[in-house]
Design a protein around this ligand. Structure first.
Ligand SMILES: C[S@@+](CC[C@H](N)C(=O)[O-])C[C@H]1O[C@@H](n2cnc3c(N)ncnc32)[C@H](O)[C@@H]1O
Length: 364
């Protein structure tokens, strides 16, 4: 999976290969399509996994647990991370919540078999796990699935000075990082910087559903759209590599937009933007060997203009990396910030430096 390729491995048929993969530093998908998929071929969506060991260790280092502390984990999966926590803190100090009943049952059984009877709760981790169980407040909350909205319940269920470690990103597209939030003394907010880029499967209720293209761009809509050209390159728009900060930073400034890239066709690559607040859309078409890319946009929002302005802002700020951004969560929701909580990232604004005038139409 580290190469983006999936290899099916069956313990019964090839125990040596199974052991090799189990020992490797890569993520291991253990469930596809919320359990609806069977067989050796990959399904559509990977829905449970054992996370990449080096990532698990980095997150545990960020979490910084100390003996005697109580931890709530969201996203039990195989139970491996819960086992590591239980090994360090004692099984009685770890509670883990898993939304999938079959996954939760398997993890519970595995943890008991290894003599680490962690409390595995089958439920929606967005709600945390609190009062009834007499477990909260927790000293540490760690999510091992990605979120776009951090529930205030986790703050309420944490102790003062506690830490919430959560992979977080926007709906804009790729670009996610772990936020390390420290809970305030009054337990009414939690705030802290992002520590590292990550790539987690999303919390079930916060998955991006790919917009239905035809709803946004019916027949004839492309021809009727406003057009312009941009000198922004594809690398400037999308960054390079899977842990590039660009999508993360732009998503903070462009609210309620989903970005998707088409596969390359004849040296042409189209990147689409779909508004989630209305049916506004935009597309920029990059072509091999051309310094300018053609832009089409339509609808009440000018999505490409918003994206250009967002990138202009990010460049003006000195192209900050993940570590200059942070997040604050309170009862009113969450706010991303740059350098300090007093400097929230505002949505929109800024003059795009590379905007060019509209030209005669070329085929997209
Ligand atoms: C990357 S896996 C977790 C890996 C796991 N910690 C381990 O050590 O193997 C993410 C898990 O989060 C679970 N999940 C997704 N949404 C959830 C939710 N709302 N509440 C609890 N668990 C959830 C998925 O079913 C999946 O098992």
């Amino acid at each position: 999976m580290t190469t983006g390729r999936c290899v099916a491995v069956d313990k019964g048929q090839d125990p040596q290969a199974w052991q090799r993969y189990a020992d490797s530093d890569g993520p291991i998908v253990t469930q596809w399509d919320d359990g609806a998929h069977d067989g050796n071929e990959p399904g559509k969506v990977f829905s449970s996994s054992s996370s990449m060991p080096s990532l698990v260790f980095s997150m545990l280092a960020d979490l910084g647990v100390k003996p005697g502390q109580r931890v709530l984990e969201i996203g039990t999966g195989t139970g491996w991370n819960a086992a590591l926590l239980a090994h360090r803190l004692g099984a009685g100090n770890v509670v883990t919540v898993e939304v999938d009943g079959a996954v939760a049952a398997r993890a519970r059984e595995a943890l008991e078999r290894f003599g680490l009877p962690v409390e595995v709760v089958h439920g929606d981790g967005f709600l945390g796990y609190g009062a009834g169980a007499q477990r909260a407040p927790y000293d540490r909350v760690i999510a091992t699935c990605g979120l776009r909205k951090v529930p205030f319940a986790w703050v309420e269920q944490s102790s003062a000075g506690g830490v919430i470690l959560v992979p977080w990103g926007t709906y804009y597209g790729p670009g996610e990082a772990t936020a390390r939030l420290v809970v305030a003394d009054d337990r009414r907010s939690a705030s802290g910087p992002f520590t590292r880029p990550v790539g987690f499967m999303r919390m079930r209720s916060q998955r991006v559903v790919r917009p239905r293209h035809d709803e946004y761009v019916p027949a004839g809509a492309l021809e009727a759209a406003d057009t312009s050209f941009t000198t922004m390159s594809e690398a400037e728009l999308r960054g390079t590599g899977s842990f590039d900060v660009t999508g993360f930073a732009l998503g903070l400034r462009v609210p309620a937009v989903a970005q998707t890239a088409d596969r390359e066709r004849d040296g042409r690559r189209a990147v689409w933007f779909y508004g989630r607040s209305d049916l506004s859309w935009a597309v920029v078409v990059f072509r091999d060997g051309r310094a300018e890319a053609k832009v089409y946009q339509s609808g009440p929002r000018r999505l490409w203009d918003e994206v250009e302005a967002a990138r202009g802002w990010w460049v003006e700020q000195g192209r900050p990396g993940f570590d200059r951004f942070g997040l604050t969560v309170d009862a009113g929701g969450e706010r991303a910030w740059l350098d300090s909580p007093e400097n929230p990232v505002r949505r929109g604004g800024g003059e795009p430096p590379w905007k060019m005038s509209s030209r005669a139409l070329n085929a997209p």
